[in-house]
Design a protein around this ligand. Structure first.
Ligand SMILES: [Cu+2]
Length: 167
């Protein structure tokens, strides 16, 4: 190949690439933006995913609090709350309502299990997690969990952990 032929080949390839790639990426961008503007997106922001209650006596009762905020552009659905153990409770307070006291799945009524709520964009809720070791006395390092579900695609299932040292 002569140098001129090689140069022409490069120019033709570059021009083809521009013709094929440019309009496609532009239209994808526009499409993505308009979809987001029409429907919005819920987004959960958590203050923490774990909390340490520190040392506690077996008769003590301690509460950890987590903040859940909707930083998205569409209402955020929160549902299917439960805890990992009958000695652990959880309650959610939103600007408009207070949830039932959640517990292990098997100890909850169907209504409590299926309770759900929504946070509007910018709204915050507080989830209190209450640990009562006397209900199931154990000693030493203890780990308990609270789980729930949301319609934020990045947080479909959420697990929060509490740690304690029971004396
Ligand atoms: Cu327990």
């Amino acid at each position: 190949m002569t140098r001129i032929t090689a140069t022409i080949v490069v120019i033709v390839l570059a021009a083809t690439a521009i013709v094929w790639l440019w309009p496609r990426s532009e239209s994808e961008k526009v499409q993505g933006q308009s979809t987001q503007n029409e429907s919005g997106q819920p987004r959960l922001e958590l203050s923490a995913t774990s909390a340490d209650l520190g040392e506690m006596g077996v008769q003590d009762e301690k509460t950890a609090t987590f903040t859940l905020k909707n930083t998205g552009t569409k209402a955020l659905e929160l549902k299917q709350f439960s805890t990992s153990c009958n000695c652990t409770f959880a309650q959610l307070k939103t600007p408009s309502q207070t949830s039932p006291m959640f517990n292990m799945m098997m100890h909850m009524s169907a209504a409590d299990m299926n309770w759900k709520t929504e946070l509007n964009p910018g709204e915050e809720a507080t989830l209190s997690v209450i640990y009562k070791p006397s209900l199931m006395p154990v000693y030493g390092p203890v780990q308990r969990f609270v789980t729930f579900e949301t319609d934020d695609p990045e947080h479909k299932k959420v697990e929060l952990t509490i740690n304690a040292q029971v004396k």
